[in-house]
Design a protein around this ligand. Structure first.
Ligand code: IPE
Ligand code: MG
Length: 213
């Protein structure tokens, strides 16, 4: 989800407003995924590198997250959303950690997975998984994969980055080995169901060979 800051800049409004509109795009996208039959949606909400931002912007993002959980959790439960978290989210402030734990528990019976990457960095995730695999005395491709935060998520099929940037920025590096990638020019707060639909259509036209021929 990229482009909140540029969306705000274009409108000469504070970055926080871009993030708030980004939250609206999250709501729309979660709904659209349910409607279009997407089994699992993973959102990159806060990266382990986002701590480099101003304290005030980090505060805005944390407040937004708290407000979002408060306002949308019941709706998520009612709509069969099952929350998953990837990344080192236990490093957030205790109040947020408690809210996230409560949300995990209360959404556990849902059937559509919404995975949120919080304080997530893929290289850190891989290093953690490799260390755990070593502890278990078995360092193989399978054992590392089994120790990734995404171990119980389905394989990554499609990765979409908004805002026109063409890089992965430490997101799902291992999981993206055979994912289809789509880079869209739309800024995240402007992301609508039609963009998702277009990306899914493009995905359906791609031929996936996984190294075969
Ligand atoms: C993405 O938008 C939101 C988060 C990182 C939480 P940005 O804040 O990165 O927006 P740009 O890249 O400045 O436009
Ligand atoms: Mg950005």
């Amino acid at each position: 989800m990229d482009g909140n800051g540029r969306w705000a800049k274009k409108r000469h409004v504070p970055r926080a407003m871009g993030h708030r509109e980004g939250g609206e795009a999250v709501r729309r996208t979660v709904k659209a995924c349910r409607k279009l039959g997407v089994e699992c949606l993973t959102l990159y909400a806060f990266s382990s590198e986002n701590w480099k931002r101003d304290e005030s912007e980090i505060g805005d993002l944390m407040n937004l997250m708290k407000r979002f959980i408060k306002s949308d959790l019941d709706d998520f439960i009612a709509n069969g959303i099952k929350l998953k978290l990837i990344g080192d989210w236990h490093a957030f402030e205790p109040e947020i950690v408690a809210m996230l734990e409560d949300a995990l528990e209360r959404t556990q019976h849902g059937d559509q997975v919404l995975a949120v990457a919080l304080n997530y960095g893929s290289q850190q995730e891989i290093a953690r998984a490799a260390a755990k695999a070593a502890e278990q005395g078995d360092v193989t491709q399978d054992s590392i994969a089994a120790n990734l935060d995404t171990a119980d998520l389905p394989p990554l099929d499609l990765l979409i980055r908004t805002s026109g940037e063409v890089r992965l920025s430490n997101f799902l590096l291992w999981q993206a080995a055979y994912a289809e990638m789509i880079f869209m020019d739309v800024l995240w707060p402007d992301f609508e169901e039609e963009h998702l639909q277009a990306a899914l259509e493009e995905f359906a036209r791609r031929e996936r060979r996984y190294g075969g021929r």
